[in-house]
Design a protein around this ligand. Structure first.
Ligand code: URP
Ligand code: ZN
Length: 442
């Protein structure tokens, strides 16, 4: 199919200009001030931005948990992503103990086959065996894996000890792959969780108290130390605290290649939401938890000054029925919330509209940086030869977020009632129009 987009206000991370864009067979084939050519479809983008399709580096679709699979599978989650202007997601491969990383990778790829977006996968070594180094090598060299995810928290299940972390960091660096890390001190958290429960403090408001900012900061500091001593690059997922950001900034100033990701929830919300009855507060139970306003402000400064490199959602949606597993014990509430649908509109509203970042920076942290860091070839940029993953962004459209109208397959929304500006009006994935003028074609 050929598509001609006329009068596009193209925004890449490094430049913006008005031009026409010709798409054919999934690729951008020509960008020029005026293109006149017979095509299957002409779209006039006058007055709109045309940006690279969003790339969300952190989603959990159809994740197996103690509360069952997460509410969004690869079909519903990717449909919500497209609605919001995200055309590529990066999900995770989490093996069982004793399972080969390669088998787990192919199982997960099969689960992802219904996705409407492009899907890339981070692979999680959860233990270090005689086979781990060899399997990591095969995943990178033969199957195109570019990153490994490890958890400093959750040691009872998928978290790893520091000796394993060091092994993974060294092997990944040798393979020119990036290690992305969930940074929270597991011992502090486990101790506090048990203390609260044994004292009868069982409601959701104890969730953030059991995961203090120091637990994140300590783990980030440890990771920065390993990165410095081993001379390897590292990436911390979902950084949520001022303390964490300040450690990362300091490490970067010392020459450590430390990349930070944060999420819209830490930029938009703060921890007073936990001080409500279970039905209102359980949806905000996620790890790390929502933080204080000074943390939120520090994260915004880091988004603006470049310390934050990417924005991922950590989309991990549960229904209220699933959340109610922890009605009498907050440690039994499945952790996570949906958000893949709202990443761009929240960043646009809270970041661009409010003047904290400009459109080029918006594009840089929501697509370009993700593509270059995780080596997603031909993605994250609008130029001839690149994949035709793009979004026509209407900067004027306003709507109120609600679980009653969202696309995600869940009955709650942590952004309920938020008035957002900007909409992915038309979304093209690999040259196919999947949303046009605000209507899904899928
Ligand atoms: O609460 C969250 N974020 N759940 C998803 C798993 C993780 O820790 O990333
Ligand atoms: Zn996550």
């Amino acid at each position: 199919m050929s598509i001609l987009i006329k009068n596009a206000n193209i925004v890449n991370y490094d430049q913006s200009f008005v031009s026409d864009i010709l798409i054919n067979e999934g690729k951008i084939v020509k960008i020029a001030p005026v293109i006149d050519q017979r095509v299957d479809k002409i779209i006039d983008a006058k007055g709109k931005y045309v940006i690279p399709g969003g790339i969300d580096p952190h989603v959990h679709f159809w994740l197996p948990t103690f509360a069952g699979r997460t509410a969004d599978n690869f079909y519903t989650g990717s449909k919500a992503a497209i609605w919001g202007g995200t055309t590529t997601v990066i999900d995770f491969v989490t093996p069982l103990h004793g399972q080969s990383l390669i088998d787990a990778y192919f199982e997960r790829k099969a689960e992802a086959k219904d996705a409407l977006t492009n899907v890339h996968l981070h692979v999680s070594p959860i233990e270090w065996t005689d086979l781990t180094a060899e399997e990591m090598e095969k995943l990178v060299r033969e199957y195109g894996v570019t990153s490994f995810k490890v958890y400093m928290a959750y040691k009872k299940s998928i978290g790893i000890d520091d000796a394993t972390l060091i092994n993974v960091l060294v092997k990944a660096a040798e393979l020119d792959a990036l290690v992305i890390v969930h940074c929270e001190n597991d011992e502090i958290i486990e101790y506090l969780r048990q203390e609260f429960i044994s004292q009868g403090k069982t409601s959701p408001k104890y969730h953030p108290l059991s995961r203090p900012d120091d637990a994140e900061a300590e783990a980030i500091n440890r990771l920065a130390t390993y990165a410095k001593v081993l001379n390897v690059p590292v990436y911390a997922v979902h950084v949520s605290t001022q303390k964490g950001i300040s450690i990362i900034k300091n490490a970067r100033e010392q020459g450590v290649e430390f990349y930070a990701e944060t999420c819209p929830q830490y930029l938009a919300l703060t921890d007073e939401v936990y001080d409500q009855p279970f039905e209102q507060s359980a949806k905000y139970v996620m790890s790390p938890p929502l933080r204080k306003d000074h943390d939120r402000q520090a994260l915004w400064e880091a988004v603006a000054d470049g310390t934050v490199f990417t924005i991922g959602t950590d989309h991990c949606s549960f229904t209220m029925e699933q959340k109610r597993m922890g009605l009498h014990d907050f440690t039994h509430i499945p952790n996570g919330a949906g958000g893949v649908e709202h990443r761009l509109e929240l960043l646009y509203t809270l970041g661009v509209e409010s003047g904290k970042i400009n459109m080029q920076r918006f594009v840089e942290i929501t697509s370009y940086n993700v593509a270059r860091l995780f080596k997603l070839k031909n993605k994250g940029y609008l130029a001839e030869g690149y994949d035709a993953d793009l979004v026509i962004w209407n900067p004027d459209y306003e709507h109120v977020i609600s679980a009653k109208t969202h696309i995600m397959n869940t009955d709650n929304n942590i952004y309920e009632g938020f008035l957002v500006k900007g909409q992915a009006q038309t979304v093209i994935v690999n040259g196919k129009i999947l949303k046009i003028d605000g209507h899904l074609l899928i």
